[in-house]
Design a protein around this ligand. Structure first.
Ligand code: F6P
Length: 324
């Protein structure tokens, strides 16, 4: 095996925070310590790299936040890093602090940033997929997705209680940007009457067909992804067009889905991917994302990591069965 001696790893979290990021940070520090590698954390994502804002990471300290949502390193969507000037400043920080490898936890935008940085900085980079949206190829699940779905379910279950009591139609909007994964998973698990996702054009037609015959003798739950081209407000007005008597409310779950303690699955994913990221760096790998495919660790070059827009056939069939 081609091993290289790394002495100082820099780590940062970038883009939207997601539950499980702290578990990954803990695992990175723990695994680096076992290899006698120093670990520093850059605060606020790429902003910390540009400003030289870094702190020393110790596993015994990070252990205490393993169970917490958010990221102890803070995060940001850095505009400055999009500019070459910002990346040059980041390079100065790397050199000044003798950082000889970088691990970034974030979404596809974070990895694109690393690709751009690799044009001027030749130390190895490894990415860990961290976003609630689950929209990245090269891994079955991204860090935070499972927790976000659990939060969505918990809240939609509560909405059902009040919806059933009033025989109301509820449209619940969930996050996911342009990916329908949170909507599909949470919608199926709360027994939604309709699930609307950006990836499907047919779901709206099913919804209108179904709601036409809705007799207000029960609740009627619609879960809609924020990225759906129709959107919660338009869905609401279309429902009222086909069935003017409905008593309808809209709830947008919003950022509540990003917070909260990570689920068991996300803690485990954070630990596995955190350790894997240090291992692959030590093996001489670079410019790739660690993920889990079919329960096996998998390395995907950044160039092949794309935003996942496809919903597999089996999930579509579930949507049709439960949404019609
Ligand atoms: O990418 C994660 C995510 O939570 C999306 O689901 C959502 O569209 C977006 O971030 C919200 O971003 P912000 O926190 O910047 O408003």
């Amino acid at each position: 095996m081609n091993t290289i001696k790394i002495k100082h790893i820099g780590v940062f979290t970038s883009g939207g925070d997601s539950p499980g990021m702290n578990a990954a940070l803990y695992a990175i520090a723990k695994s680096a310590e076992a290899k006698s590698i120093k670990t520093s954390g850059f605060r606020k994502g790429y902003e910390g790299l540009i400003d030289g804002d870094l702190i020393s990471l110790k596993s015994h300290e990070l252990q205490k936040s393993l169970h917490q949502g958010g990221t102890v390193l803070k995060t940001a969507r850095s505009k400055r890093f999009l500019e070459l000037e910002g990346r040059k400043k980041a390079l100065q920080t790397i050199k000044a602090n003798n950082v000889d490898a970088l691990i970034a936890i974030g979404g596809d935008g974070t990895f694109k940033g690393l690709l751009a940085f690799s044009e001027i900085c030749d130390i190895p980079f490894i990415g860990i997929p961290g976003t609630i949206d689950n929209d990245i190829s090269g891994t079955d699940y991204t860090l935070g997705f499972d927790s976000a779905v659990n939060t969505a379910i918990e809240n939609i279950d509560k909405i059902r209680d009040t919806a059933e009591s009033h025989n109301r139609v509820f449209i619940v909007e969930v996050m996911g940007r342009d990916s329908g994964y949170i909507a599909i998973h949470s919608g199926l698990m709360v027994g939604a009457d309709a699930i609307l996702i950006p990836e499907s054009g047919k779901d709206f037609i099913y919804l209108l067909d179904k709601v036409k015959n809705y007799d207000s003798e029960d609740a009627f739950l619609v879960v809609v992804s924020e990225g759906d081209e129709i959107g919660a407000e338009l869905v609401s007005s279309k429902i009222k067009e086909v069935n003017p008597d409905v008593d309808l409310r809209i709830t947008k779950l919003g950022h509540v889905q990003r917070g909260g303690n990570p689920s068991a699955l996300d803690r485990m994913l954070g630990i596995r991917l955190g350790v894997a990221s240090v291992n692959v760096l030590s093996e001489g790998k670079k410019n790739a994302m660690v993920g889990i495919l079919n329960n096996q660790l998998h390395l995907t070059p950044f160039k092949e990591v794309v935003k996942q827009h496809q919903v597999n056939t089996e999930l579509y069939e579930l949507l049709e069965l439960f949404g019609k």
